[in-house]
Design a protein around this ligand. Structure first.
Ligand code: ADP
Length: 394
């Protein structure tokens, strides 16, 4: 490895990590700690073909990262001998300030903390990972890579909401967008697959995981994206509603007396496919729909219809697209969702090749299709490592 980076994605009760080469984007070791803070935490560690799993009580993120260091010592190369150039941290919200990766110091840490009001579910956990890693690896640069940064190029016409000026000026209310490392990586890969430079092509990326967003990428720059101030806006997701009339919140508050915290939870954690189909896992929803479950069938229709509307809107926003790329758990694996999302876009230049779609691509449109449709596996950790390497070498 010539630029080994330890990439850390620290959530409220989980820590994901990968040892990635920032030049080749290859990961040699990866792992996940689930249920941090609970009595039985699970650490899964993969080194090459070897996979180990153990259960232990991991009380907090500090104990979690120490367990990661120990796992590297037992399986693979100890981190102290890995020649690490940095520890890179995924940070969800960078606000208007962080439009590029940054080396973390005390002032950056405080700024990420202040942005927690915009991402209360994510930034505090990301920050906890940074604080712990700074103590554990005091000699290494800690780099923060932001989910919002790729969307810093979205122009005002797409990022401003038509709301009172003081909301925008004093409270940071605007569209920021998320999944930026994935949209950046996949749009570049899509251009590569077309045999063109990213600056020559317009690509629409549909990142469909538990969280989901669509981005319009014009000549390498994000010009619109479906998530907004927070990841709640846009597509129907596993547990998030995506776009709704905001007056629903006031209506439910008045009708039931539910607090704003309860409504926030309801829209972020109890909506989406969970609310429509009773299931988050798209494989289970698809199987239920196949078996005749009406709620699952309608949920799938709603899910795909929302994606289709965004793709149509972004073809218009871009003045025509060269490629549509599907990525993340659902985008990479569900031929049914891809077909459902693309149905009736024939008039806009999408000709799906059903056999290629069923086989998973990579190209799933017919050879003559004006818009090339493809399946592109995302690599968020690789992109984070690559951006970290580029930052430190500049
Ligand atoms: P996250 O946003 O948590 O990173 P992923 O990108 O891993 O999510 O995507 C998780 C989703 O991918 C789940 O809803 C899961 O059901 C879905 N998924 C994984 N494999 C398949 C498959 N073969 N068919 C349909 N959906 C799948």
């Amino acid at each position: 490895m010539s630029a080994p980076v330890l990439v850390v994605n620290s959530g409220s009760s989980s820590i994901k990590y990968q040892l990635v080469d920032g030049e080749t984007l290859q990961a040699s070791t990866s792992g996940l700690i689930e249920r941090v803070g609970q009595s039985e935490s699970i650490l899964t560690h993969r080194h090459g073909d070897e996979r180990t799993e153990r259960t232990a009580h991991i009380a907090d993120h500090a104990a979690g990262l120490e367990a990661v260091v120990a796992a590297f010592e037992e399986h693979g190369t100890p981190l102290a001998d890995a020649g690490l150039i940095a520890v890179a941290h995924r940070v969800v919200h960078g606000g208007e300030r962080f439009v590029q990766p940054v080396v973390v110091d005390d002032e950056v840490e405080a700024a990420i903390d202040r942005l927690s009001s915009l991402a209360p579910l994510h930034n505090p956990a990301n920050l906890e990972g940074i604080r712990v890693a700074r103590k554990l690896f005091p000699r290494l640069p800690q780099v923060a890579v932001f989910d919002t940064a790729f969307h810093a190029t979205v122009p005002e016409r797409a990022h401003l909401y038509a709301v009172p000026a003081s909301w925008r000026e004093d409270h940071g209310v605007r569209r920021y967008g998320f999944h930026g490392t994935s949209h950046a990586y996949v749009s570049r890969k899509a251009a590569e697959m077309l045999g063109r430079h990213p600056k020559e092509v317009n690509v629409i990326v549909a990142h469909l995981g538990n969280g989901a967003s669509v981005t319009a990428v014009e000549r390498g720059r994000s010009i619109d994206t479906s998530m907004g101030l927070t990841p709640l806006e846009g597509l129907v997701m596993g547990t998030r509603s995506g776009d709704i009339d905001p007056a629903i919140v006031f209506h439910m508050h008045r009708s039931t007396g539910a607090s704003f915290a309860d409504l926030d939870d309801a829209l972020n954690k109890e909506s989406g496919m969970l609310a429509l189909a009773g299931q988050i896992d798209m494989r289970v929803v698809e199987a239920a729909a196949e078996g005749g479950d009406r709620a699952a069938q309608i949920a799938l229709e709603i899910y795909c219809y929302r994606i289709r509307k965004y793709i149509g809107a972004y073809i218009a926003a871009l003045g025509g697209a060269d490629a549509i790329a599907f990525t993340a758990g659902i985008g990479e694996n569900s031929a049914e969702v891809r077909a459902g999302a693309l149905g009736s876009l024939t008039a806009l230049g999408v000709r799906l090749d059903e056999a290629a779609n069923a086989a998973g691509g990579p190209v799933i449109s017919t050879p003559g299709s004006p818009i090339t449709v493809m399946v592109v596996p995302t690599n968020e950790e690789g992109e984070i490592a690559a951006q970290t390497t580029a930052l430190l070498r500049n």
